[in-house]
Design a protein around this ligand. Sequence first.
Ligand code: 9WN
Length: 768
Amino acid sequence: MLNVVRKTTLFQRRKVLLPETSETISKARTLRPCGGREGQGGSMSRIFANHVEKAKQILDENWMGSSTKPAPALYPHQWNWDSGFIAIGRSHYDTSRATLEIETLFDAQWRNGMVPQIVFNPDTLGRYFPEPDFWQTEQSPNAPPGKLTSGITMPPIHAVAVERIYRNARRPGTVLSFLERIYPKLLALHDYLYRERDPNQEGLVYIRHPWESGIDNSPTWDVPLRRIKVDRATLPPYQRKDLGHGIDPKMRPKDRDYDRYVSLVDLFRRCGYDEARIRESCPFLVQDPLFNSVLCRANESLAEIARLIGESPDQALSWVEKTRAAIRRKLWQPENDIFDCYDLVAGTPIEVESAAGFLPLFAGAASKEQAKHLYQRLDSASFCALHQGNCFTVPNYDTQRDGFDRTNYWRGPVWININWMLAHGLRRYGYTLKADSLQKDLLQLPIRFGFHEYFDSFDGTGYGSDNFGWTAALFIDLVHEFYETEKVSSRIAAKARGLFASDLVLNSGDKTCEVPSGELAGALMRSIKALRDAFYDTSRGLVDYHRLRKSDEYQRYRFLTSGLRDFDLRRLVGRRHKLAFWVNLYNTIVVDGIVSLAIKRSIRESPDFFGRLKYAIGGHLFSADDIEHGILRGNARPWFHVLRQFGPRDPRKAWILQPLDPRIHFALVCGSRSCAPIEYYDAATIYDQLEAAARSFVNSSEAVVLPEKGKVLLSEIFHWYEADFGGKRGVLDFLYDYLVDEGARQFIRDKAETLRFEYIYYDWNLNR
Ligand code: 9WN
């Protein structure tokens, strides 16, 4: 991939890109465009619908008859928590496979209640290590007869999945018998964990192998693993099988990690899988915030399932309380603003922070105060802050630490399942903006880079296995959730419609500006520049609306706009001055409108925002649309209309600017995150500024060239205004002229005839 996101100031911005529609995804298959013109719902729903279909296809291809393997070749058996996440995805469209997935896993439940990390598929043995011959679980009286399993467990997400299956079923009543069958098994699993893995009855269970955490080679485990002195002479011989699938070994755990993984397994089998014996001699016993948060959250679901089938939720609820209190008390690290693991062997916390340390949010286990601190740590350069650019939320390890490795497995890349849980956790505590941004990253990663196992935290490249099960499944779930959120915002919009139904002339009123007409344009431009200097973050394209609203600079600007009512537009002389005047005025009417309408999250809260907001100028009304399509686009047809902006006899046609300069599209700011970054344009330098704006946009993540896929992903701006660039061919020429990456340019030159464009979702969230 040639042109993704670069670490230079010129290309600083990464935008979050999402579709616009208020339809649910099931309806989205009918591809109904959304009504509002602030988004082209039709084509965007199609992108979602296509990818949901692709995700389902992946799950079908990984289906083994009664459960789903996590990945086509790398993981050819059933995995414990993978099945939970996969069932969550399937619950939206295939209740029967979702239930079968969970039932198959629990059919291999051990007699003591443990649900194994892997249930081996007898038909695909020989392709993974370690397999039953190495685990030798038959030594344990607890191992399930007739089933081939490993001898450890994983984070128990299953009750959450089961509750989802019920909630998402078309006819939940029909799922009740499944709930009745699975409930005692879930209860037995949780009971096993509290009984066998919490020897001191603290409410915190331990894991005894990094594979039990699900985040195998997280830097957190380096500390306890160092304790294991591997003696090659006594280590049972073994051969790794995970490196033979075309995956770069540098993206997988090292041999020295495997030696330790293997020596732990060897210890377990030597102990006959007897928990008391293992506990006595195991060098790796860790109370992990990830595992315990998942368990705690699963207890909430278990209580819910109990209620649904008429059982008492008390046991599950008391576990919730106990584990929450223990996480809060024992795992919180106030100096680091995060939850840490506790090493039971050393009797100390492990102060190595990964994304797992935020997961108590998922379980509601963090106190409000802890959540505030967690949020500060999470929303920082360490884990990719909101609007930071050049990163995807949330990398699994602190990007500022030495051991951070953007390509290696659990030592840096972004994982969909962890972030899925984090997004839920953030929402639970009211950090909606951050939750939205996580959700958007999680949606765009598979769409842009494929359904990979994990993703580069800076440029999004997909690593590990392709066609990965939980990436596909949770994508389906996230799409559904996204459409649910959209339904809520459209309800807000509908409310707003009632409040603001008519035109809003922002510079009407009694105030009259005393600046002489000849000086007004200059004064207005200076005041716009003052707004820019004080309240715009031009590198990230953000506006501090909150401070701006109350400022003297904004009052001054408002005051000057009153002078526009009598302003004689003939006073604008020269193309540069006219361009600067209209571009700056457009950008500032948008800001003024957002402030005046008290827009909170998106200009879409106010229907027909760009058409209704107007300034009276020289006896005429000019909306933002009039300025953009009428004046600056040379009275072109807006993409959402059949007619040109100004009709044949419209007197405002006297002010249209021709010829149209397509670079204005990278200077006009629509108050949203996917539009160009806001700037002040100076008449003296405007051509250079437009040039820089175009270059920056084309080399940002709004234009991604993917030679290996034979396609180019482009901002919707190139779609809506294709004609302004001279059609598809013109867009290609434009890209060729502005791209700086030689490989990308060459690809465009060589493949111009066959190249396909795909359009990136437009994010209408406010640029605040
Ligand atoms: C060992 C299946 C599993 C995931 C884990 C992930 C990876 C296995 C491995 O794959 O672990 O369990 O061989 O590396 O770390 O979370 O469940 O997808």
